[in-house]
Design a protein around this ligand. Structure first.
Ligand SMILES: O=P(O)(O)OC[C@H]1O[C@](O)(CO)[C@@H](O)[C@@H]1O
Length: 452
């Protein structure tokens, strides 16, 4: 079986010779600390050997639940935010038909995502759309108390019960949450919903290979067995005893940290040349942003869809401040084959492309961009993925996760907490007069009055 691979040559040319080699002992130490559980945040290392610990029985349980939803729903709404949302969406969009919601293939339910914003129009339009649909809900929240998700679930639960009746609704509402605490757990137990547990020691952004990602992915009709197999093989390929030069996660962690600390590259742009990967980058952004952005440190994770964004962001990337580097996710083989046709009139002057595959043009755009950006001072890392299927996506997920764990330790932060996310929540609750926030409400009102 092939594997994803990493090319660092167009990034290391921006570093002093020997820099990556010099990182070896630090990277080994960082990975050892993960393995021994001696790093900060060591109570959140459940993802580290998660792929290889997943049993066929566990996958069967998820598949059985997915089958019930698939048999009884035209639409499945996945309610969740951040790590309780992005992994599932990343995998489903990467594998699905680009027009899945329009194609209505009858074999698979349409998967929609909600609970990831507080847009009134979004929710009103969603509930309108669902009015004549047989829909089910997967309510995902590790804490079980996240406002965006809880608000959405409240609306969807009511609507599902009104449309199907309370008893039928129970068959198509599933909760994925903490084993004991939180409103989502209390509600699931009280209503008797099928539920799955998010392990205590797996943080949201590392949870895509728990039921958080696996159930929606199975509902969409994709093989969770293959996905987990890919992740398991990558777990082996990036294990701590794999030689440094052969361990692509160790190399990625080393190069990005070297670019950050020694070459002033503060922003990493993950780039794809396949629009289906847009949400893969969104997932990656949370993984790296929440893990590393703390103590006033950390590479800012950004993303671009090429060639689309070459026509909007290309100017900045080519000639703006030289504080960026690119990590390209390149898909070697598309699933489909399409040739450019010849046109007798050739008004667009594109007959020189007649008979060529669309992907050949895309690959030349990729190569041309790489050369231009490197010439312009943008280091380039390239992750090559043989094709877009469950197996290689599983590899990619684990690759990014383990590299993130190593990288966060190299940066000397706790990669597994996210204390900074609470600040906006505290203000929002104070502004909304949430019970328990009386003192904060008073303080924030005074502050706003003084700022007038
Ligand atoms: O699964 P939960 O608890 O609803 O949290 C969703 C997301 O919100 C955060 O906790 C940030 O508030 C993320 O870390 C997490 O992925």
């Amino acid at each position: 079986m092939k594997s994803i691979s990493l090319d660092i040559t167009k990034a290391t040319q921006f570093l002093k010779p020997g820099t990556v080699e010099d990182f070896e002992s630090k990277v080994k130490e960082a990975q050892d600390a993960l393995e021994k559980g001696t790093c900060p945040g060591n109570d959140f290392l459940g993802w580290l050997h998660l792929p290889s610990s997943i049993t066929p029985d566990f996958l069967n349980d998820i598949q059985t639940c997915a089958n019930t939803l698939r048999e009884n729903c035209e639409v499945v709404v996945v309610a969740g935010i951040g790590g309780s949302y992005l992994g599932a969406r990343a995998v489903i969009e990467a594998l699905n038909n680009s027009f899945a919601w329009l194609v209505n293939d009858q074999k698979n339910p349409t998967i929609l995502f909600a609970g990831n914003n507080i847009g009134e129009d979004y929710l009103a339009e969603l509930t309108d759309y669902l009015k004549d649909k047989k829909f089910g809900v997967i309510n995902i929240s590790k804490s079980g108390t996240t406002t965006e998700t809880a608000l959405t679930f409240r609306l969807l639960k009511k609507q599902c019960e009104e449309q199907r009746g309370k008893e039928e609704a129970k068959k198509v509402i599933v909760a994925i949450t903490d084993a004991k605490k939180g409103a989502a757990r209390t509600c699931a137990d009280k209503e008797g919903y099928k539920s799955f547990i998010i392990p205590d020691n797996v943080g949201g952004r590392f949870s895509v290979l728990t039921p958080v990602g696996l159930l929606p992915i199975a509902c969409a009709g994709f093989s969770i067995k293959e996905l987990v197999q890919g992740a398991t093989d990558m777990e082996k390929a990036t294990g701590k005893d794999v030689p440094y030069q052969e361990n692509i996660a160790a190399q990625y962690a080393a190069v990005r940290n070297a670019l950050y600390s020694q070459a002033g590259k503060k922003i990493e742009i993950v780039v794809n040349y396949q629009p289906k990967l847009h949400f893969m980058a969104e997932w990656w952004k949370q993984l790296y942003g929440e893990s590393e952005g703390k103590e006033h440190k950390g590479i800012f994770p950004a993303a671009c869809d090429f060639t689309t964004d070459l026509h909007s962001m290309g100017q900045w990337i080519q000639e703006g401040e030289r504080s960026i580097f690119e990590t390209v996710i390149s898909i070697e083989q598309p699933q489909r084959k399409m040739l450019f046709p010849k046109d007798e009139e050739n008004l667009d002057g594109l007959n020189f492309l007649a008979g060529k595959r669309v992907d050949e043009v895309n690959k030349m755009a990729e190569l041309g961009t790489r050369l231009a950006h490197v010439d312009g001072g943008v280091p380039n890392l390239r992750i090559s993925v043989p094709e877009l299927n469950e197996y290689y996506i599983g590899q990619l997920i684990y690759f990014f996760e383990i590299a993130c764990g190593i990288s966060g330790n190299l940066l000397s932060v706790n990669p597994f907490n996210q204390p900074g996310v609470e600040a906006y929540k505290k203000n929002m609750f104070a502004l909304l007069n949430k019970p328990g926030y009386e003192a904060e409400s008073k303080a924030i009102q005074e502050r706003l009055a003084n700022e007038k």
